[in-house]
Design a binder for this molecule. Structure first.
Ligand code: TXA
Ligand code: MG
Length: 309
C-alpha cells in the first residue's frame, strides 16, 4: 500500500490526484475529520468506498469540492444556498440540494436520492488535492489510523491533527423549509442568522424522530419491487444478477452479468431508474448474495420494496 505524505511535496498531491482519477481511494485530512475519498463521478469508485467499510451500507456521501463556484455544476442553487455558501464555504457546512438533471456525481454517492450533498473544505491539503483532481471527491469520515482495506486504499498521511474534530453541519435546502440533518462544526444559530428559521429535531418532543436514522429518506421507485424473484409474473421487468436469469420478463436490466457485487453496486440505481417505467407491471429482482456489498444492495432494495405510507 503506497503511503503518501501530502504535507511533503507538491508531487505527492499530484500522485494522490492521479490515483483518485484512476478510481483508487485516498484518505485525506479535512478541517473536520479525515475522509476516505474516491472520485465522486465514478459509480465504481463510490462502490469501492462502501466496500472498504467493514459492514457496508449505502448511506449517502458528501462530495467535496475545491471551490464554491463548482457546486452549481451539480446542484440547483437557490438564494438561501447562495447565501450560506458565500458565508460559510470553505468550511464545515454540508449543503443538501436538488441534483441537476445533468449532475455528474454518481447516483450511488447520493444512495439514489434526487439530492446531492456537497461541501468545500477549509483545509490546505484537501484543497490542493481537490484542485489537482479537478473532480468532486466523495468521502465519508474515516479513521485517521486508516482501518480500511489496504487493497483499495492508498493512505495519505498528514502531520497535524484535523482542526475541528467534529464533522460538518448538514443542512437540507432541497425542500421548502431548511432542515438541520446533523449538527456539526457550524452552529445552527449562525445559519439561522443568515437565512432565517431552520427546522431541527426537537429532543423529547412527541413527534421527534428517536434517532437520526429515522430522518433518513431513501430511494423509492414508482413501480412495486419484488425481491428474490425466480420466475416471471406477467409484464414484469427483471433486475438481473449473474449468468442465468429466468426467462419470460418484459425487459432485463443488468446489475452484473458476472455476478460481481461491486459492479452490481455501481449499476444499482441507474438500472433501477431505467426499469422504473409505467409500461411494466413491476420490477422483479433476482436473489443477491448477502455478503460484502450484497448486504448493502439488499438493504437498499428491501427499503425500496417496503410499502409506503
Ligand atoms: O465533516 C464531514 O462532514 C466529514 C468530512 C470527511 O467531510 N464527512 C462526513 O461524512 O462526516 P459521513 O459520510 O460520515 O456523513 C455524511 C452525512 C450523513 O449523515 C449522511 O446521511 C448525510 O451526510 N448526507 C449525505 N448526503 C445526503 C443526502 N443526499 N441527503 C441527506 N443526507 C445526506
Ligand atoms: Mg461520519
Amino acid at each position: 500500500m503506497p503511503a503518501i505524505d501530502l504535507s511533503a511535496e507538491p508531487q505527492d498531491v499530484e500522485e494522490a490526484a492521479r490515483l483518485l482519477r484512476g478510481g483508487a481511494l485516498v484518505a485525506f485530512p479535512t478541517e473536520t475529520v479525515y475522509g476516505l475519498g474516491g472520485d465522486a463521478t465514478s459509480e465504481r469508485a463510490v462502490a469501492a468506498i462502501f466496500a472498504a467499510k467493514g459492514r457496508p451500507r449505502f448511506n449517502p456521501l458528501i462530495s467535496h469540492l475545491a471551490a464554491s463556484e463548482q457546486a452549481a455544476d451539480f446542484a440547483e442553487f437557490d438564494e438561501r444556498a447562495r447565501e450560506v455558501a458565500a458565508r460559510f464555504w470553505p468550511g464545515p457546512l454540508t449543503l443538501v440540494l436538488p441534483r441537476r438533471r445533468d449532475c455528474a456525481i454518481a447516483l450511488l454517492a447520493g444512495a439514489g436520492l434526487d439530492t446531492v450533498a456537497m461541501r468545500v473544505p477549509a483545509h490546505a491539503l484537501a484543497h490542493a488535492l481537490l484542485h489537482a483532481v479537478g473532480r468532486p471527491i466523495a468521502a465519508p469520515s474515516a479513521n485517521r489510523s486508516g482501518r480500511v482495506s489496504p487493497t483499495t486504499a492508498s493512505h495519505v498521511r498528514e502531520e497535524g491533527p484535523c482542526a475541528i474534530g467534529l464533522e460538518s453541519t448538514v443542512l437540507d435546502l432541497s425542500a421548502g423549509r431548511p432542515t438541520l440533518l446533523r449538527p456539526g462544526g457550524i452552529p445552527v444559530e449562525a445559519l439561522e442568522a443568515a437565512i432565517g428559521p431552520i427546522d431541527r429535531p426537537r429532543p423529547g418532543a412527541a413527534d421527534a424522530p428517536r434517532s437520526p436514522g429515522m430522518l433518513e429518506s431513501h430511494y423509492a421507485p414508482a413501480l412495486a419491487l419484488r425481491l428474490d424473484a425466480v420466475a416471471a409474473l406477467p409484464g414484469e421487468a427483471l433486475l438481473a444478477f449473474g449468468a442465468n436469469p429466468p426467462s419470460g420478463f418484459a425487459e432485463i436490466g443488468w446489475l452484473s452479468r458476472s455476478g460481481d457485487l461491486a459492479e452490481a453496486a455501481a449499476n444499482l440505481f441507474a438500472a433501477l431508474r431505467a426499469l422504473d417505467r409505467p409500461g411494466f407491471s413491476g420490477i422483479a429482482v433476482m436473489p443477491i448474495p448477502e455478503h460484502g456489498l450484497g448486504a448493502a444492495i439488499n438493504d437498499r432494495l428491501r427499503r425500496a420494496a417496503a410499502p409506503r405510507g
